[in-house]
Design a protein around this ligand. Structure first.
Ligand code: ATP
Length: 333
């Protein structure tokens, strides 16, 4: 049966969202479905702000960062009467399937719509944080690692030249996937992510000890610390001050910020996006609804949306172990 599908991107944008939109549009058109895009997340549904998506518009899109549908927060979507308005708009527009690409907040919004609208709801994880449970990866995560690693490599060059200490702040306030992967791939000296963080005092002591040991054996050294945002009590500036006071070495802050969200998606994100988008269109005309498409052990799966935020997804034991070994610390189970 020919259906009318609508897609939106919500929450933080992530590289690979466009690749996913492209895959959905091409597959939908091939199957004879109509496909529309709501602009600026749930705001688009509320304002009935939508565009018609065609294969022709998808040319040269797979490599573009950001999202052609734009993304936005829509705080009012937490109110039932606002969601009812959105449901009314979906009904008037004749939408059969709504595909929501975003993080767990966006999935909460999509799931909450179920009480007001009986159409099909599909979630696709798109966030650089990779903090969504029940999927091994999210669209945008791999590109964000690459961006962070490239930046840290550059910081390392100048750190080496001046035997300096740098603290690089990366995104990922709830889970350390981005910080840990970036630290491992850039051979950073210390990593501070939620899963490994005990307290500021202990971490500071470890950093000081490590720097002093290295100075004793090698002379002046450079030292790069990767810090997850919102983890250190006084932020990246506070950590720099603490390190400077503790070691007598001037520590410089670098905040990568929104740079991590942008850029052309790397192949892994494009492939994940294409697979997820293709699978989403395969699900149209089935009874499967209120689910997220995830990837587990290289297999696409459907997971009830509610399950995606019930448990905090955290770094696996192997990643934590490896990081601690690299930082010369003992792993305690
Ligand atoms: P990211 O983690 O990458 O920032 P996200 O999807 O988690 O992405 P949020 O800002 O948490 O980003 O949520 C995006 C939007 O989803 C919100 O602006 C709101 O419109 C909707 N939303 C979030 N939580 C809820 C909720 N509990 N009920 C209804 N809608 C929600």
């Amino acid at each position: 049966m020919k259906k009318h599908i609508a897609v939106l991107t919500s929450g933080g944008d992530a590289p690979g969202m466009n690749a996913c939109i492209r895959a959905m549009v091409l597959n939908a058109e091939r199957a004879g479905h109509k496909i529309s895009g709501y602009l600026r997340g749930f705001n688009g549904v509320l304002n009935d702000d939508r565009i018609c998506l065609t294969a022709q518009r998808m040319h040269n899109l797979i490599q573009q960062g950001g999202t052609i549908l734009h993304s936005a927060r829509c705080e009012s979507f937490c109110q039932p009467q606002v969601r009812q308005q959105a449901a009314n708009n979906l009904k008037s527009a004749g939408i059969d399937t709504l595909i929501v690409m975003g993080g767990d907040g966006s999935f909460k919004g999509a799931h909450a719509l179920k009480a007001h609208w009986d159409g099909q709801i599909i979630g696709i994880p798109g966030t650089i944080d990779n903090d969504i449970d029940q999927t091994d990866a999210t669209i945008g995560y791999y590109t964000a690692i690459e961006t962070a690693v490239n930046s840290i490599d550059k910081v390392r060059d100048t750190a080496d030249a001046f035997d300096r200490v740098f603290v690089v702040e990366v995104m990922g306030r709830h889970a350390g996937f981005l910080g840990m992967s970036a630290a491992l791939a850039s051979a950073s000296d210390f990593v501070l992510v939620p899963e490994l963080f005990e307290c500021a005092q202990t971490s500071l002591q470890q950093i000081k000890q490590q720097i002093m040991q290295r100075q004793q054996s090698r002379g002046p050294v450079s030292y790069v610390i990767v810090l997850a945002e919102n983890l250190w009590p006084e932020g990246v500036i506070g950590l720099c001050q603490n390190v400077t006071e503790a070691t007598g070495l001037e520590a410089k802050p670098v905040t990568l910020g929104h740079v991590q969200r942008g850029g052309s998606p790397v192949s892994q994100d494009r492939i994940l996006a294409v697979k997820s988008g293709t699978f989403a269109i395969e699900l149209v005309n089935t009874d499967i609804s209120d689910i997220m498409i995830g990837i587990q052990n290289d297999t696409l799966v459907t997971v009830p949306l509610e399950k995606t935020w019930q448990k905090q997804k955290t770094l696996g034991k192997d990643a934590r172990k490896t990081a601690l070994h690299l930082m010369n610390q003992r792993y305690i189970d």
